[in-house]
Design a protein around this ligand. Sequence first.
Ligand code: TPP
Length: 547
Amino acid sequence: MTQAATAGTLLVDTLVAHGIDRIFCVPGESYLGLLDALHGRGDIDTVVCRHEAGAGFMALADARLTGRPGVACVSRGPGASNAAIAVHTAQQDGVPFLLLVGQVAVRDLRRDAFQEIDYGRMFGGIAKWTAEVADPARLAETLLRAIQVAATGLPGPVVLALPEDVLTAPVPPAAPVRPQAPVRAAPDAGDVERLRGWLAAASRPLVLAGSGLECAGGRAALKAFAEAWELPVLVSFRRQDLFDNAHPLYAGDMGLQNPAPQMALLHDADLLLVLGARLSDITTQNYSFPDPARRSMRLAHVHADPAVIGTHFAADLAVAAPPAALIAALGVPGAASVDRTGWIACLASERRRIAAPRIPTVTDGVPFEAVVEAVARHLPPDAILTLDAGSFAASAYRIIPFAPPQRLLAPISGAMGFGVPAAVAAGLREPGRTVVCMVGDGGFLMTGYELAVAMERRLPLKVVVSVNGVYGSIRIHQERQYPGRPSGTGFANPDFALIGRAFGFPVTHVRTLDDLALLPGLLRSAGGEFIVVETSVAAVLPGPAGG
Ligand SMILES: Cc1ncc(C[n+]2csc(CCOP(=O)(O)OP(=O)(O)O)c2C)c(N)n1
């Protein structure tokens, strides 16, 4: 049956015109008009999720893989509340995200109608922009702005509330909103010349690379730039996949707490060139790096969004342009005059020291670091690794030597529940690649049921569940601050093997270090694998074993 032109169809046509070929949803009666507009469409894949947090996380992971806004559709009130974690994560991670929320009918707006929420107030503090389309005639312009806001500058979440009667309202037959040309900002020629001089003269330069380089060609541009100019590269928090970690110029990542000897070395840099990263608390080690009172270190900050420059540190040179544009403008260096070999070697050897596995001897299970070490050695070169939040993940950030095109999908926000949905989205987006998810028992029981989507779509995910019966990260903090007084951090577990089987996965147990010999085969297998690791708690707690 031919579809009458409604605001719902205009919306879907506009998403498609912007290259959006997949949306993630949990249905609601508040947006039946949008669901109907999706009916029978071959150009957009509707992924039906089991919880709005899962839908939102899938949309964020998809956005990180495509560079386009991820889209989740959820119902009003309860649905939008469940999706809030994804809005927060998109904001903290700087990921373009459109959350489309069904809303009560226009006549009931602001009457405390059934399941009504004023989304401007609800998401005001975490969304980049929130809008409610109360007039179908304003849908097109609102969509254009929503996509533009989500995707430009520092990308982020946009929430659109769509009253149910607006979605079904007829609109004049019209072409979908056309994508506008990309907004290009170019670096100032004088700044480029100045920076060329600084880069040529620096004895101890450092590049700090961030999400702004997570774009088509960004990683290749960073590599070519670092090699041409002989620049060691640090990556920002949880962005290890921007640069080959085995490259002699790799200097490591900015983590939750970098070791003091490494920080002492980094403070010795005489030029810090920040490319597409925000200088936020973790990346700056709680605003201590660079030293705000630095005397001998120059700071050049390059970011597509001027609003993130100069927030905590006065830059000596500030460029509001995409980092890849600056790299292109800098071109190639003249003849090298400064010998940086010693500096580069020091940074690399410090990084190697940090990355060396430290597997303690314990008797209460497998130290998860041993699992990570095995994954590090056998991760296929095309792999996408998704990490949930938890103590099990700490060594993955340290040890796994990511190398493009490998990808790491892990939220800067530290949101639990991201790992499994992100793996599902990655499996859908990159069917030819190996997708591995590592998740704790706590995190798995938050969103692990999204494996139902993997089952439905026959995605051969490799899911590694670290089972230790505690919210380990929090138990570690608790032991440090309140030794011997565990409270609110332990729990009983279901039988994870049964859960894995219920979702159609073959299950493998890892109970001893010897069982890890199975891992290479499991990572290479053609089908899905569900690996249940009986993880030691003693290995990570403060004390003789955990250190
Ligand atoms: C949604 C959410 N709730 C709570 C937290 C706080 N938190 C961070 S890590 C963690 C424990 C994770 O436990 P688990 O998944 O079992 O992994 P483990 O730390 O034991 O390895 C908690 C509760 C969080 N980051 N996100």
